[in-house]
Design a protein around this ligand. Structure first.
Ligand SMILES: *Cc1c(COP(=O)(O)O)cnc(C)c1O
Length: 425
């Protein structure tokens, strides 16, 4: 296997004078000296470039960053500064966005099972709109209105268009058999529109769909846009939101459409079908995934002759759980040897107490990999840190943003004291 290709690395990745990988002008080795491992390193220029590409493709106030992909106050602020709105799916995500100073009017609330309390918080904060997911949620909004909670929320209805995205079953969300949204095929979608239009508790401003995540096939997006356009055009509502889901390349052999190409597919389909609504999208992964890499330290190498070599690092399923959840793959490389051939195949594992704790089932690494080496996994900016856990009472890793030779810690490493912060003895 050849050296890691640059297309999987953050935009500003380069080799420094000492041969060590640099991101944002900062040596990865020096970052590790300061912050330790495991460490999430985000390239701020890369994040901003993806935000700008999305705004250029869809227009200002038409790109809504799906915060569940990666959220901390610095990220919320960065996305907001770049002209993105924020999609939050829980009261907790809304809380972090507001704590970052992002106005509620720039936040949209999602979720298939929002509580009455979450709905009340969103209404009182005056979020931009609430994406309503079910008839039970419409009931809850009626109850809130009847008890005087206001002002009347603007709502968008999430429609399940019956389009099966070609992705992992757990992240396909547009098919008829889904917990999300109002089904188009069985008439629920139209019934929900009728009810919302007649209701005094909500102001209906649009419809929404999201067919799934990590979708590579532009035709799935075109299909969903067509189905949604057919449904939305006669309704003549101001907003049509076509979700997120644009895939990213994680592996050498993967190729994903760019944000600009995704924009053309969606906007062309809408134009062809006569959509007059504002068309917005909600990318998460495509904004943040390739902006970051996770740096680990190799601690144990176990060679079982004729069977397999295990390379264990100082994190694992608690910081990058996608391989365990979806069987996803990641590449890996040694930051000290960016251009080295990776001719050794190993199983890259973490330090958790189970055999399922795998980061890469068949990682390619240079054959001189040794205990004490730093090892980096690229394209770990989405659904890694945000899905992390404290399993085995691991302290979650810090997040550092790098740009123009400067680094700033935006999330510190957890401490043992944090592990006891909610434990009342
Ligand atoms: C997760 C999610 C997104 C973002 O998905 P990505 O694959 O990260 O782009 C957008 N909209 C909704 C409703 C989601 O649930």
């Amino acid at each position: 296997m050849t050296a890691i290709s640059r297309k999987l690395l953050p935009d500003t990745a380069a080799v420094g004078h000492d041969g060590m990988l640099e991101i944002g002008g900062c040596s990865v080795e020096e970052l590790v000296e300061e912050y330790g491992t495991p460490l999430f390193v985000y390239d701020e220029a890369h994040l901003r470039a993806r935000c700008r590409e999305a705004v250029a493709a869809f227009g200002p106030d038409r790109v809504i960053y799906a915060t569940k992909a990666f959220l901390c106050r610095a990220m919320a602020r960065l996305a907001h500064d770049e002209g993105l709105l924020l999609d939050v799916a829980t009261g907790g995500e809304l809380h972090v966005a507001l704590a970052a100073g992002v106005p509620a009017s720039a936040c949209t609330l999602h979720g298939n099972n929002k509580s009455g309390a979450e709905l009340r918080e969103a209404i009182e904060a005056e979020v931009r709109y609430i994406v309503v997911d079910s008839f039970d949620e419409l009931d809850r909004l009626d109850v809130l209105a009847a008890t005087g909670v206001g002002p009347t929320p603007r709502v968008v209805l999430r429609i399940t268009p019956g389009v099966h995205a070609h992705t992992h079953e757990f992240i396909a969300t547009g098919q008829d058999d889904s917990k999300f949204g109002f089904n188009l095929a069985n008439g629920d979608a139209l019934r929900a529109v009728d009810r919302a239009r007649r209701s005094d508790s909500v102001e209906l401003v649009g419809v929404h769909c999201h067919i799934g995540s990590n979708v590579f096939d532009a035709s799935s997006f075109a299909k969903a846009a067509e189905v949604m356009a057919d449904f939305a055009v006669p309704l003549d509502l101001p907003e049509l939101i076509l979700g997120g889901g644009l895939g990213v390349a994680y592996l050498e052999n993967e190729e994903a459409p760019s944000i600009a190409q995704w924009g053309s597919v969606l906007l062309d389909a809408c134009a062809a079908l006569g959509v007059r609504s504002r068309v917005s999208v909600e990318p998460g992964r495509a904004i943040v995934a390739a902006a970051a890499l996770t740096v680990y330290t190799v601690g144990t190498i176990k060679e079982i002759p004729d069977l397999r070599t295990y390379v264990a690092v100082d994190g694992g399923m608690s910081d990058n759980p996608r391989p365990v959840l979806y069987g996803s793959g990641y590449e890996s490389f040694l930051p000290r040897a960016l251009d080295a051939e990776r001719e050794l195949t190993v199983r890259l594992v973490g330090k958790h107490c189970e055999s399922g704790d795998v980061l890469a089932f068949a990682a390619q690494v240079p054959s001189d990999i040794a205990v004490g080496d730093l090892l980096a996994m690229p394209v770990t900016g989405a659904y890694g840190h945000s899905m992390g856990s404290n399993y085995n009472k691991i302290t979650r890793p810090p997040v550092v943003f790098v740009a123009d030779g400067e680094h700033r810690l935006v999330v510190r490493r957890e401490t043992y004291a944090d592990l006891l912060a909610t434990d009342l003895g």
